[in-house]
Design a protein around this ligand. Structure first.
Ligand SMILES: *Cc1c(COP(=O)(O)O)cnc(C)c1O
Length: 351
């Protein structure tokens, strides 16, 4: 019932195992909506994978995963003086990301001996130290009496567009030049297997730890299926009114009420593939239904993507099915195409 994500368990677990085996030092990323699978489930799965560390996005996400995964917890959003206080029971498990000298000092004043990774500003330009800031941080770390446990450097790289190796090398060399004591680990994202292998051979005395979310949890899309339930079906004659806006049917057909709406993250814009963009252009050219203002929905029946009869409601959507199309029955499941990272499912079933 409802908007459901069904996971082919054996196939999914095989994929997870393959990714873990191919990525020494893997750090599964368990953040946001848990890539549609929920953070709690991914935290438990990470323990099953046998990793020693997982990454969450924010401090607010810690409690939920901490009870389900027993190892270290890296927080990806940099620590700031205004983040919520850490549960003292988690002090030894949490690894803080630090990107400013002031934050390093403030954190170590509050929690002497805190575990930290120093993030460097990459071409992403999101967070992190400049090369000069890193020198200053190294200097503070040497001079402070309340020492930090330096767990490594962190680099957040843009999604693959050409090689990132030049950039990664520049950052590691800068960090070595800054004279950081105990530096032996680099945490990275979005490097290809070949790039990781090259880095490992050029920096053999460093441990390279890839943080991976999407290509781990969602890397085998064939293991995942999303369905919605047909909740109601009404016959429409041309000119019949329906919906919140009392719109009228442009021709005869059926109105389908299906589960899945804005609360699930179902938007007016269905994620479109290349072929559906072309198909849409051609129906528009022929004066099809979207020419009268019906918008393509992410729901499809018998392999054909259907049109919203009106914008999605909070938990249900209305679809227009022109006469001639096969009409599903109440209780039938239909396919839905979603962006997993923005969708909340009513249930996730792992077979
Ligand atoms: C989200 C995130 C990742 C994982 O990204 P995916 O594309 O989901 O693999 C890695 N590192 C950082 C800093 C992130 O915020």
């Amino acid at each position: 019932m409802g908007l459901t994500l069904t996971v082919d368990g054996p196939r999914w677990r095989t994929h997870l195992r393959e990714v873990a085996d191919a990525n020494a030092g893997l750090v599964p990323v368990v953040k946001g909506n848990g890539y549609g699978l929920t953070r709690g489930r991914l935290a438990r799965r990470s323990e099953w994978l046998g990793v020693d560390t997982i990454a969450v996005g924010t401090y607010e996400e810690l409690p939920e995963v901490a009870t389900r995964f027993p190892g270290s917890l890296l927080v990806l959003t940099p620590w700031r003086p205004f983040v919520p206080d850490l549960d003292p029971a988690l002090r030894d498990r949490v690894i803080h990301t630090i990107g400013r000298v002031d934050d390093l000092d403030a954190l170590l004043t509050r929690q002497p001996g805190a575990r930290v990774v120093l993030e460097l500003l990459t071409s992403m330009q999101r967070h992190g130290f400049s090369a000069r800031g890193l020198w200053e941080a190294a200097d503070h770390l040497r001079r402070r009496t309340a020492r930090a446990r330096l767990e490594g450097l962190a680099l957040h790289l843009p999604l693959a567009q050409g090689s990132h190796l030049g950039e990664v090398r520049r950052h590691i060399d800068a960090a070595v030049g800054a004279g950081l004591d105990d530096l032996d680990t680099v945490w990275v994202s979005h490097l290809t297997a070949t790039e990781l292998a090259t880095l490992r051979s050029s920096y053999a005395d460093f441990t390279i730890r890839p943080r991976v979310g999407t290509s781990l949890w969602l890397g085998d899309r064939g293991a995942l299926a999303v369905t919605a339930t047909v909740l109601d079906v009404h016959e429409l004659e041309r000119g019949d009114a329906f919906g919140y806006r009392a719109r009228t049917a442009p021709k005869s057909g059926h109105l389908l009420v299906v589960s899945g709406g804005t609360a699930h993250g179902i938007g007016l814009e269905a994620p479109m593939g290349e072929s559906s963009i072309k198909a849409r252009a051609s129906t528009l050219a022929r004066g099809g239904l979207d020419a009268v203002g019906f918008v393509r929905s992410p729901f499809s029946i018998d392999g054909k993507q259907r049109l919203f009869a009106e914008p999605p409601h909070m938990q249900a959507s209305m679809l227009f099915l022109p006469a001639g199309a096969r009409v599903p029955e109440v209780g039938d499941e239909i396919d839905v195409r979603v962006r997993y990272t923005t969708t909340t499912f009513d249930s996730v079933i792992v077979t």
